[in-house]
Ligand binder design. Structure first.
Ligand code: ADP
Ligand code: ZN
Ligand code: ZN
Length: 659
């Protein structure tokens, strides 16, 4: 008998030992069914042992191993082990998450006959600009692991650099992995990649891919048939035996960090993976995360700047519209209305950016002060006039729009504030002849609708786009020459220390949609704080100055990237329970020798209630990543031993993006 150690998807930080009959079954990397409790579970064999810590007579034999699937490779298991360790998540939960759902259930997809290539012809690459050529050459010189930060202004041709670097990787007979944010992965990008590499086997991986196709993609990558994997954060877990290059486009994008379950940063995991496999990795962005920019400045990453646009003669002109002394028309300044009118007359497209969907953020009674609150969350119900509903953007709770105040019966109740639906109505009223198109998660609530909207824009069937950040990334609309930003000030004084970084990136990205081709572009930002350094840096297209100022502030405040953080969050029926648990957890932490680790006091979260659960958090900080890691590892074990009320749930979030 052989003893095997199996990772099972259970919320416990431990592995389970079983017996296997012969060495063939007892193979590291194989999926196997094992008895568990009264039932059976599918797990991953992660080790073969001589001896178990448990007495042998207590061990049960494994059931059938899944022999149709070759064992998962050692480097893939090591990747999962790294994530389990670093993010303090049970290994079995990580391996299960990293597998496509079909395989997770022990099923294999039906094999498809290799699809005959539709005789596409390779789009020939354009001659590179000097800066692009320099960047490509630098990447080509890497003899193994090296992190490159391709910092290129919007429209500078970063994608072109990725494509040519990938071409070289394929020519060496190796595989390339390209990660993009969820919303940026459009058929347009897939087509652009497919057109460039008509003979390559390209696998798309994102949440919109059906189960069978996802499992097939995984196997194609795993068995070395796929040449390019193009996908969102989850594709960082694709096994790639011939991996030669990793690209992370829009590396600053918050969507690379998963906000539930395994709270991993796909960008950071990708860097680990590049190092593990000794291959170069290219992080690209017009507005790098301050973490990456910091590493670029210090020389830890190699900085590759692209300062010029590839096609357009110039960067768009950014103008600040001071709205302090103006009576706005439904939130729109005369300057913005004039600029929109001018684009209409010229037959060009405009985009008005407002990062808030719905008609208005709240419905309120002017007589008694009633406002539309969600009864399950610490949040307001948003007015959605398009389908006459009140809706919570956090838990999905819906209600009809009342005709009178539910509290006092007053008929004078009004939507307050402004969302994309209201802006759409205003614009349509101001420009009756214009084709106004709203793009947000309500109008594009399925991949199909989203694609249809994009096709409409590309076909020139829209004059004015109204949209949230969905439109900010990765799109190339050649006739778009004006971007107006309204309501941006709201983010200026948000409590989160990352809010300015995010606002700057959003405005830079969305502004970068204008004037990407031959027509010159203009960006108008409406604000009551025209002198704010953030806006001034945007006018001057000076990311570096903005980033340096932010980094100085962070250094003084001792925030990341000058400190490393983790959060312990708890949620329970009452905030007292959550806080009490955190206080106990803090006690447990003080008993450990956490050298150089700072423990803050437990506090209710800013959104202290979500779906009827009351939430609190405890921040842990250290100037040293290894110190924090060592502390978290022992603390995590101790946390599992704490007695918790039955309804209480807790988790650790390492390198949290939101405090
Ligand atoms: P980014 O990813 O930096 O926003 P893209 O790679 O999408 O920029 O390039 C912007 C536009 O410029 C695209 O239309 C692209 O085809 C074009 N482009 C990129 N590089 C070149 C080049 N060297 N010569 C001509 N056109 C280019
Ligand atoms: Zn009232
Ligand atoms: Zn809610």
């Amino acid at each position: 008998m052989i003893i095997v150690r199996v990772a099972l998807d259970v919320p416990l930080p431990r592995l389970f030992d079983y017996l296997a009959e012969d060495a063939d079954n007892a193979c590291v990397g194989r999926l196997a069914r094992v008895p568990f409790g009264k039932g059976e579970k599918l797990g991953l064999i992660v080790a073969v042992l001589e001896e178990s810590l448990q007495p042998q007579e207590k061990l049960k034999p494994i059931h059938a191993p899944l022999t149709d699937l070759p064992p998962l490779p050692a480097d893939w298991i090591a990747l999962c082990e790294f994530c389990a360790r670093y993010y303090q998540h049970p290994l079995g939960a990580v391996t299960s998450f990293a597998l496509p759902p079909l395989l997770r259930r022990g099923k294999l997809p039906r094999r498809r006959a290799a699809a005959a290539k539709v005789g596409a012809t390779a789009g020939s690459p354009p001659p590179l600009t000097d800066e692009q050529a320099g960047a490509l050459a630098a990447i080509g010189e890497a003899s193994g692991f090296e992190t490159f930060l391709l910092h290129g202004v919007t429209g500078s041709g970063k994608t072109e650099v990725y494509l040519q670097a990938i071409a070289r990787t394929l020519a060496q007979g190796r595989q390339a992995l390209m990660l993009v944010p969820e919303i940026a992965l459009t058929p347009q990008l897939e087509q652009r990649v497919a057109a460039r590499f008509p003979d390559a086997h390209i696998v798309s991986a994102h949440s919109g891919v059906a189960d069978a196709a996802r499992a097939r993609g995984f196997l194609d990558a795993f068995e070395g048939r796929a040449d390019i994997v193009l996908g969102t954060r989850l594709s960082v877990f694709m096994p790639l035996p011939r991996l030669g290059l990793i690209v992370v486009d829009e590396e600053h994008d918050p969507s690379f960090k998963q906000q539930d379950g395994l709270r991993y940063s796909a960008r950071d995991v990708a860097i680990f993976r590049a190092k593990q496999r000794d291959v170069p990795i290219v992080l690209g962005s017009a507005t790098p995360s301050l973490e990456s920019f910091h590493h670029g400045r210090s020389g830890r990453y190699r900085l590759l700047p692209l300062t010029q646009r590839a096609l357009a003669a110039n960067m768009p002109t950014v103008r600040i519209v001071d709205t302090r002394r103006e009576k706005l028309q439904d939130g729109m300044s005369q300057a913005l209305l004039d600029a929109l009118g001018l684009r209409l007359a010229r037959g060009e497209q405009s985009l008005v950016f407002l990062n808030r969907r719905g008609f208005a953020p709240v419905l309120a009674c002017t007589a008694c002060g009633w406002i539309s609150r969600c009864r399950r969350c610490a949040a307001n119900l948003v007015v959605h006039l398009a389908d006459r509903r009140l809706r919570c953007h956090h838990c999905g709770l819906e209600a009809g729009i009342p005709r009178t105040c539910p509290d006092c019966g007053n008929q004078d109740i009004h939507p307050f504030g402004r969302g994309t639906q209201r802006l759409e109505a205003t614009l349509q009223a101001c420009f009756p002849e214009a084709r106004v198109l709203r793009i947000d998660r309500d109008s594009a609530n399925s991949p199909k609708k989203w694609q249809a909207l994009l096709a409409q824009i590309h076909a020139g069937e829209a004059d004015i786009l109204v949209g949230t950040q969905m439109l900010a990334k990765g799109h190339d609309f050649p006739r778009l020459t004006l971007v107006g930003a309204v309501g941006a000030d709201a983010a200026l004084f948000a409590a989160d220390f990352r809010a300015p970084e995010r606002l700057f990136a959003q405005l830079m990205q969305v502004g970068g949609r204008s004037g990407r081709a031959q027509l010159p572009g203009e960006v108008l930002i409406q604000t009551e704080y025209p002198d704010h350094a953030l806006y001034q840096a945007l006018v001057e297209h000076d990311y570096a100055r903005f980033a340096s100022e932010q980094l100085d502030e962070r250094e003084q405040a001792g925030f990341p990237p000058y400190a490393y953080q983790a959060l312990l969050r708890a949620e329970a029926k009452s905030v007292e329970q959550s806080l009490a648990f955190l206080a106990t957890a803090r006690e447990a932490a003080l008993a450990l020798t956490g050298d150089g680790v700072m423990l803050y006091d437990p506090v209710p979260m800013r959104m202290y209630r979500l779906k009827n659960l009351e939430r609190a958090q405890l921040l842990v900080e250290s100037a040293s990543r290894p110190a924090l890691q060592a502390f978290l590892t022992t603390w995590n074990t101790a946390l599992y031993d704490l007695k918790t009320p039955r309804d209480l749930r807790w988790h650790l979030d390492v390198d949290p993006l939101e405090l």
